[in-house]
Design a protein around this ligand. Structure first.
Ligand SMILES: Cc1ncc(COP(=O)(O)O)c(C=O)c1O
Length: 388
């Protein structure tokens, strides 16, 4: 099995597993039972973890909320802002190419009577293809806009958004900015001191941590951010997200982030080089193969991301013909959805083009040998299924 789907998830780094295990078996205290030492030890590691994550993201430690992952973080950010009893504004903005964990929440808010603007994304031939159209965004924001939700990096075509420019547009009008940074954190420098977003979602399993743990950063110290909680019960995390915290998972996310940050530039360069070789070889053996999204040379594209479309065969058929290579036709997070990718049609591809497209995600443990093998398996599979 050759795993080339690192936007869907990443393997848990052994160093992360080693760091988290003692917090399951030895120091297993409940971090909310601070009346005894076992609880205090757990509470202390949670506090140190928040400080460490906050240092890496450039936000106050008090702003870190632990969640189950980015879906929950996105839900809490958007519903939390729109549902707060003191929220006076009634307008919400997002972009067509967001993840469903944003789009579906926005649709629900709309049903509850909010005005929603879905701003178009730049088309395929634009240097920021897939990213929210900044002029359209500027035109959509008004004094009733409570929140703008724009992803930091796209999970299908890897475009990196100019977040500081977007933040400036939002804050000029007094709107808050949420960013789904699930594909960015651990892969790119994400510094909330220089990029002034108000709420930020991330998930450990995208940067070699375990599944089931994420964060929502609520406020970076510059503006007041008021959330209505979505999960109530024990009053934990300042009553913004109740439930017993999981120190082992929190240590795992923190360790994964520390490793990702310290190895970022080295792994980025290696992944870029692997992708160049991989794409070059696929182009050699598949006539008419086309790159979706912006140039691979662009710094505005995530290093490991490759999204291509075949001239004459559906992506699903290619995947079925090459079962030993794990890749995806569209976003794996929405692969329960049989519709063509909304991101690809959102940048102007036809439904047929979108159905002929696949996404690869190269990771930091991917080897040269795996790339060579994958090219062979994929090219053989394509030759077998292409129309005569
Ligand atoms: C951009 C983006 N947002 C949200 C999610 C959902 O993340 P999680 O699996 O942590 O709920 C994903 C998962 O692929 C994603 O890529």
């Amino acid at each position: 099995m050759i795993y080339l789907d690192h936007h869907a998830t990443t393997p848990c780094d052994q160093r992360v597993v080693d760091a988290m295990l003692p917090w399951l078996t030895q120091s297993f205290g409940n971090p909310h039972s601070t009346s005894h030492s076992a609880g205090r030890v757990a509470a202390d590691v949670v506090a140190r973890s928040a400080a460490c994550v906050a240092r890496h993201l450039g936000c106050p430690a008090e702003s870190i909320l632990w969640t189950s992952g980015a879906t929950e973080s996105n839900n809490l950010a958007i519903r939390g802002i729109c549902g707060h009893p003191r929220q006076k504004r009634r307008h919400l903005i997002t972009c067509f190419t967001e993840h469903h964990a944003v789009l579906d929440v926005v649709a629900e808010i709309e049903q509850n009577g909010w005005r929603v603007t879905r701003v178009p994304a730049y088309p395929q031939d634009h240097e920021l293809a897939g990213c929210v159209d900044l002029d359209a965004l500027a035109g959509a924001i008004d004094e009733d806009t409570a929140l703008v939700s724009v992803m930091w990096a796209n999970n299908e075509i890897g475009t990196i958004s100019p977040m500081q420019q977007i933040a400036h547009l939002c804050h000029q009008a007094g709107a808050l900015l949420h960013s789904d940074a699930t594909q960015a954190v651990g892969r790119l420098p994400v510094d909330m001191k220089s990029v002034d977003v108000d709420l930020l979602s991330a998930s450990a399993h995208k940067f070699y941590g375990p599944k089931g743990i994420g964060i929502l950063v609520v406020g970076n110290g510059n503006r007041r951010v008021r959330l209505r909680p979505q999960i109530v019960g024990g009053g934990q995390q300042r009553n913004l997200r109740s439930g017993t915290l999981a120190p082992a998972s929190i240590v795992a996310l923190t360790t994964a982030l520390e490793i990702a940050v310290s190895e970022m530039s080295e792994s980025d360069a290696r992944i870029r080089q692997l992708r160049k070789v991989f794409c070059g070889k696929l182009l050699e053996c598949i006539e008419g193969l086309v790159l979706n999204g912006i140039s691979l040379e662009s710094p505005q594209r995530l290093a490991g991301n490759l999204n291509v479309r075949l001239p004459d065969v559906e992506g699903e058929s290619w995947m079925a013909a090459a079962p030993d290579v794990c890749f995806s036709s569209g976003s794996a997070c929405s692969s329960v959805d049989a519709n063509p990718s909304h991101v690809l049609t959102g940048i102007g591809l036809t439904e047929s083009e979108a159905r002929r497209s696949v996404r690869f995600g190269i990771g930091k443990f991917t080897t040269d040998e795996e790339i060579t093998q994958a090219v062979r398996l994929l090219c053989d599979a394509y030759r077998r299924i292409k129309p005569a």
